[in-house]
Design a protein around this ligand. Structure first.
Ligand SMILES: Nc1ncnc2c1ncn2[C@@H]1O[C@H](COP(=O)(O)OP(=O)(O)OP(=O)(O)O)[C@@H](O)[C@H]1O
Length: 604
C-alpha cells in the first residue's frame, strides 16, 4: 500500500481547516451551529419551567398566583416555539451551507486536479481519486449538514441546565462540572487515536476501491488466462486489510470509550453527594435537591452522545485530510506575464528530466523547424515518449528549457500552450458518450458539418455510418466496441477538429489489418499536413519521410540526421533498421533484403 505521510490534526485544527474552506459560506455555517445550540437551549428552558413547577409545589403552603401560572406557561410555550423556530433555522442554514460547500469543494477539487502536473495523477491510483470525489466528499458534506450542528446540540442542553443550576446553587454546579473536566483528556486521546486510524482506514478503503476498478477492468485478461483466483487475490487482500484494521480499531476503542462514559457519568453520584452534603448543612432546601437530581441526567446524556459523533467527526476529518492532499498539492507554476510565441518552431535546449528516481533524459538538444517532421527512434525505454510528454507540460523539465516560437513554454499561458499542441496517443481514450461527442471534444463549438468533415478526412465517416446509430452510437465504457484502428481514426478526427499547429504523435506499435492500416496512414497524413510534427516512430515508412531522425538511447540523443546519413553512419540506427526490415520481411513472408537495397525501401 502506498504510504501517505500526513500530519494528524487536532480537533481544533480540523475545525479551523473546515472554517477556512467554508470561505464566504462561513456566516451560514455559523448560523446553523448557533441555531442548533439555541434549539437545544430552548429545550433546557422547557426543563427549567417543568422543574420550577415541581419544586414550587414542594414548598409548604404554596398557592400559585395567576401571574405565576402565566409565567410557567409562557416559559413552556417559549421553549416549544424556540425549538421549532431554531430547528427550522438551523436545518435550513446547515443544509444549504453544506450542499453549497460540497458543490464548491467538488469544483475546487476538479479545478485543482486539472492544474496538477500529470505526474501527480500517475503517482496516485484511480480508486483514490474516485473515492475522494465521492465518499470523502459525502462524508464532509454530511458532517457539515448534520455532524457539526449535532455537536452544538450536545452542548446546548447541558449549558442551559448548568446555567440554571448555577442560579440554584454554585457548589452543586461545580460538582457537576468536575466529571466533565476530568473526562475531556480521555475524549481528546480517543479522538486522536481515531484520527490516526481513521485516516489509515479510509486510505485502505480507497486502496480496495482501486483494486476493484483494476479487477473489473482487467477482467478480459484474467478470463483469457484463466487466472480468476489470481485476479481476485489483490482485491480480496485489500478488503481483508480493511476489515482487519476496522476490527482492530473497534477492539482498541471499546475500553477507552467505556472509560470515558464512566468518568463522565461519575458526575451523577458526585452531584447527589454534593447536594446531600449541602442539604445536611442546611445550605440548600429540599426543592434545590429535587432540581439537582432531576437535572443531573440532562447534563450527561447529550455529552455521552458525543462519542457517537466522534467517529463521524473523525471520518470527516480523515476525508478532509485526504482531500487536502489534492487541494494543497502544488500545481505547475504559472507565469504572471504570459508571452505569445512567434511561430511554431520547437527547440529543446539541454533538457534534463527524470520522473523522480534518477534521470530519464540527459542533455537533450534539438530543433524542429516550423512545418517540418522529426522522428524519434530508439530502443524500448529510451525515453522517446517522455520527450513528447514534456512539450505540453505534462511534466516540467528539471534542467534546460523547451522553446516554442522563441518562448519558453513555462512563460506561456497554459491555455495558449494547449491550443498549440495536439497529442495523438498510442492508447486511444474514448469517453463514454456518442461518437459525435468524442470527436467534438476536439472543439466544443463545432457544428455537425465540422464533425462530419473531420471524420471524413480521418477516414472514419464510412465505418461510423455503418454503425447502428451512426454518429449517435455510444462508445467508451458500456458502449459499442470498435477495433483499435477505428478508435484511432476517431481520435484523429478529434485532433483534426482541434487543428493545432503542432502535432505530437506516438505511433501505435500494435499491428492492425492492412485495410485499417492504409486508412489510418491516410488519416494521419491528412492530420499532419502543414504542421510541425514530432513522431515517436515505430514504422519504417514514417522514418523514411522524416526531415530529421533523432536516435535515442538510454536518455541521450546518440545519432541524428536523415535516413541515408544514419544508414551510412553504421551505428545504432543502422542496427535498428536492420532488425526492422528483417521483421517486416518476415511478416510478409518474403525473402530477406538488405536494408540499403532500394527494393527494400519500396516494399516498406
Ligand atoms: N509516468 C512515469 N513514471 C515513472 N517512470 C516512467 C513514467 N513513464 C515512463 N517512465 C520511465 O521512463 C523511462 C523512459 O520511458 P519512455 O516511455 O519515455 O520510453 P520509450 O522510449 O517511449 O519506450 P517505449 O518505446 O517502450 O514506449 C522508462 O524507464 C520508463 O519506465
Amino acid at each position: 500500500m502506498r504510504a501517505e505521510t500526513t500530519e494528524i490534526r487536532s480537533d481544533l485544527q480540523s475545525l479551523k481547516r473546515l472554517w477556512a474552506l467554508a470561505g464566504p459560506l462561513r456566516s451560514r455555517v455559523a448560523a446553523g451551529i448557533v441555531f442548533r445550540f439555541l434549539q437545544s437551549f430552548s429545550l433546557g428552558i422547557g426543563f427549567a419551567a417543568a422543574i420550577r413547577l415541581v419544586s414550587a409545589m414542594t414548598e409548604p403552603g404554596f398557592t400559585p398566583s395567576q401571574a405565576w401560572v402565566w409565567q410557567i406557561t409562557g416559559l413552556a410555550a417559549l421553549s416549544l416555539a424556540g425549538q421549532v423556530v431554531f430547528s427550522y433555522l438551523s436545518s435550513a442554514n446547515s443544509w444549504l451551507s453544506s450542499f453549497a460547500l460540497g458543490g464548491e469543494l467538488r469544483l475546487a477539487m476538479l479545478e485543482r486536479l486539472q492544474q496538477l502536473p500529470l505526474g501527480f495523477h500517475f503517482s496516485r491510483n484511480r480508486g483514490d481519486t474516485v473515492t475522494m470525489l465521492t465518499s470523502d466528499m459525502q462524508m464532509v458534506e454530511s458532517f457539515m449538514s448534520d455532524g457539526l450542528p449535532r455537536v452544538a446540540e450536545a452542548f446546548g442542553l447541558p449549558v442551559a441546565v448548568l446555567a440554571f443550576m448555577a442560579f440554584q446553587d454554585g457548589p452543586v454546579t461545580l460538582a457537576a462540572l468536575v466529571s466533565i473536566v476530568l473526562s475531556m483528556p480521555l475524549y481528546f486521546a480517543i479522538s486522536r487515536y481515531l484520527a490516526k486510524t481513521g485516516l489509515k482506514r479510509q486510505d485502505m478503503q480507497a486502496e480496495a476501491a482501486a483494486r476493484m476498478i483494476e479487477y473489473v477492468q482487467g477482467m478480459p485478461v484474467i478470463r483469457a488466462f484463466n487466472r480468476v483466483s489470481r485476479g481476485t487475490e489483490d482485491f480480496r487482500a485489500s478488503l481483508e486489510d480493511f476489515r482487519d484494521l476496522s476490527l482492530k480499531m473497534v477492539a482498541q476503542l471499546t475500553l477507552p470509550l467505556a472509560l470515558f462514559g464512566m468518568v463522565l457519568t461519575l458526575g451523577v453520584p458526585l452531584v447527589i453527594f454534593a447536594a446531600g452534603l449541602r442539604f445536611a448543612t442546611g445550605a440548600i432546601g429540599i426543592e434545590t435537591i429535587i432540581v439537582a437530581l432531576m437535572l443531573v441526567y440532562a447534563i450527561y446524556s447529550p455529552l455521552l452522545g458525543l462519542t457517537a459523533l466522534m467517529e463521524l467527526t473523525r471520518q470527516a476529518d480523515a476525508s478532509l485530510t485526504r482531500m487536502d492532499r489534492v487541494l494543497t498539492a502544488e500545481p505547475l507554476p504559472e507565469t504572471a506575464l504570459p508571452r505569445q510565441p512567434d511561430g511554431f518552431a520547437i527547440a529543446f535546449e539541454d533538457v534534463g528530466f527524470g520522473y523522480g528516481k534518477g534521470p530519464v533524459l540527459k542533455d537533450i538538444g534539438f530543433s524542429v523547424p516550423e512545418r517540418s517532421m522529426t522522428a524519434i527512434v530508439g530502443p524500448s525505454g529510451a525515453g522517446k515518449s517522455t520527450i513528447l510528454n514534456l512539450l505540453p507540460r505534462f511534466w516540467d523539465v528539471n534542467e534546460g528549457a523547451i522553446i516554442i516560437g522563441g518562448v519558453d513554454i513555462r512563460d506561456m499561458a497554459p491555455k495558449r500552450l494547449s491550443e498549440l499542441i495536439t497529442v495523438v496517443f498510442q492508447d486511444v481514450y474514448l469517453f463514454s458518450g456518442t461518437i459525435f461527442d468524442n470527436i467534438a471534444f476536439g472543439r466544443p463549438d463545432a457544428v455537425p458539418a465540422d464533425i462530419e468533415a473531420a471524420a471524413k478526412t480521418a477516414q472514419a465517416h464510412d465505418f461510423i455510418m455503418a454503425l447502428p446509430d451512426g454518429y449517435d452510437t455510444r462508445v467508451g465504457e458500456c458502449g459499442a466496441s470498435l477495433s483499435g484502428g477505428e478508435r484511432q481514426r476517431i481520435s484523429i478526427a478529434r485532433a483534426m477538429l482541434k487543428d493545432a499547429p503542432i502535432v505530437l504523435l506516438d505511433e501505435a506499435t500494435a499491428a492492425i489489418d492492412p485495410t485499417n492500416e492504409r486508412a489510418l496512414q491516410k488519416a494521419l497524413a491528412a492530420l499532419v499536413k502543414g504542421k510541425t510534427l514530432i513522431v515517436v516512430a515505430h514504422k519504417l515508412s514514417t522514418v523514411r519521410e522524416a526531415d530529421q531522425i533523432l536516435v535515442l538511447d538510454n536518455g541521450r540523443i546518440v545519432e541524428r540526421g536523415d535516413h541515408d546519413d544514419l544508414i551510412e553512419n553504421n551505428g545504432l540506427y543502422r542496427r535498428l533498421w536492420l532488425s526492422w526490415t528483417k521483421a517486416a520481411h518476415w511478416r510478409i513472408g518474403g525473402h530477406q533484403t538488405m536494408p540499403d537495397d532500394p527494393e527494400a525501401k519500396n516494399t516498406l
